[in-house]
Design a binder for this molecule. Structure first.
Ligand SMILES: [Zn+2]
Length: 216
């Protein structure tokens, strides 16, 4: 174990840092990810304490040793990794990790497959699609998504990019037609109803997208 890469600011992307650091790993994260972790760390700890109580004992927020702006190349054990932070996606500091020799990309929460992605207040409905495009430009043949099984770029595009662009376009239309936040939940997302957790998240995603796009 030499390095651990935080691919975002959500609790499950970084709160293990302290454990790995104690094993001698160096932690790598983008600057916006560290800023996001610092801003939300205490809230995340509070929420987790309610959820798992004593089992949180020993977990403390620990931040990256290596902080990069938009790219960091890492060579370890004869393997070369390229880490990119092209822009915000699910969280402000999301990054993806390319293993060029194998044509594999680890996308963190930039890509969800099988289940519907979550647009939360930390997400960027405006910039997430172009961040996905940067993943696609790697040309990697194997995609390891943040949620869902290892997959192809085509499937990643279908379940993540197409979902985001549909939501963004439908909400833009809704706003142009003078629609309000209450009506925003009704925009047509029916092409994605097959995604897991569609019923619990699609309407909330629409509201969050509306809030982010309302004043543009
Ligand atoms: Zn996640």
């Amino acid at each position: 174990m030499t390095h651990v890469i935080d691919t975002g600011g959500q609790d499950h992307r970084w709160l293990g840092n302290g454990y790995w650091k104690a094993q001698g790993a160096r932690i790598v994260a983008s600057r916006p990810a560290v800023d996001d972790q610092k801003a939300r760390g205490s809230l995340q700890m509070t929420a987790l304490r309610q959820l798992i109580d004593d089992r949180l004992a020993g977990t403390e927020p620990v931040y990256a040793d290596i902080v990069f702006e938009d790219r960091y190349d890492l060579e370890t054990g004869g393997i070369r990794l390229e880490i990119f932070h092209p822009g915000p996606a699910h969280t402000p500091g999301d990054s993806f990790v390319l293993l060029p020799a194998k044509g594999v990309v680890f996308t963190g929460d930039i890509v969800y497959v099988e289940r519907i992605l979550g647009v939360s207040e930390q997400s960027s409905i405006k910039e997430w699609p172009s961040t996905f495009e940067a993943v696609e430009r790697t040309g990697a043949g194997h995609v390891v998504p943040g949620h869902g099984h290892a997959t192809t770029m085509a499937r990643a595009r279908a379940d993540t990019y197409d979902y985001l662009v549909n939501l963004r376009d439908r909400i833009a239309e809704h706003i142009e037609n003078g629609g309000d936040i209450l009506g925003s939940v009704e925009v047509d997302q029916s092409a994605f109803v097959h995604l897991e957790q569609f019923d619990s998240l699609a309407r909330r995603n629409a509201q969050t997208a509306f809030q982010q796009m309302e004043w543009d």
